[in-house]
Design a protein around this ligand. Structure first.
Ligand code: SF4
Length: 208
């Protein structure tokens, strides 16, 4: 049964939940998600924020947030905000990790629809995200827990030297900052798979 066949009150609840829960960044703050995927999308989103309109996209977020809300509070250190301030532009990069597990390992939960496509390594973006959190908290152990409807997969992430990662994130934050100041979207496009679900396709094409 496609998600569209769900009763309307359930669909309304999913949209209400995700659109109310969307993290509202503090002024002059970029989230890691703003920087790790498509900078153009982040630009359009900041210039003209839109609520999530795709049921599939909303449900993916909903599923993750429901489990986050139920499980992360089981741990003493949970939903820990991590920030990094840039010197070149007045911007702070911000994100939060889910929890430190009972062994003190920094842990992020991911709830994909299925583990079928999850390999032995996390996606590049997830790995960068969790390494950034570890760097901000001077932690050297990190892991991602992928959970679907009936299975779980734990992937340890090597934190290592984060110098290059920080450089990349800072460069992207600077690009986004100046793009917003100038009112011109960054040239660099995101990965193609993002475009299919992107709410800013029209703006992106018009600004080619
Ligand atoms: S359509 Fe693709 S390239 Fe354009 S803003 Fe959206 S994700 Fe980025």
């Amino acid at each position: 049964m496609p998600l569209d066949d769900l009763p309307q009150p359930i669909k309304d609840e999913i949209f209400r939940f995700v659109n109310n829960q969307e993290y509202e960044p503090a002024p002059n703050t970029y989230s890691l998600t703003d920087l790790l995927y498509c900078l153009r999308r982040s630009y359009f989103k900041k210039m003209n924020p839109k609520p999530i309109a795709s049921l599939k996209q909303a449900f993916n977020l909903y599923r993750g947030q429901i489990f986050d809300n139920l499980w992360t509070k089981l741990f003493k250190r949970n939903q820990v905000r991590c920030t990094h301030r840039l010197r070149s532009v007045p911007i702070t990069i911000s994100g939060k990790y889910d929890f430190l597990d009972e062994h003190g390992i920094l842990t992020d939960l991911k709830m994909p629809r299925t583990l079928f496509y999850v390999g032995d390594q996390p996606s590049e973006e997830y790995a960068k995200q969790i390494r950034f959190y570890a760097f901000c908290n001077a932690l050297d152990k990190a892991q991602i827990l992928y959970i679907d409807g009936g299975d779980c997969k734990k992937i340890l992430v090597e934190v290592g030297d984060c110098t290059e990662l920080l450089k990349e994130i800072e460069e992207k934050a600077t690009l986004l900052y100046w793009a917003i100041q100038r009112g011109k979207p960054p040239q660099q496009k995101g990965p193609e798979w993002l475009c299919n679900e992107c709410q800013y396709q029209n703006e992106c094409t018009n600004e080619e």
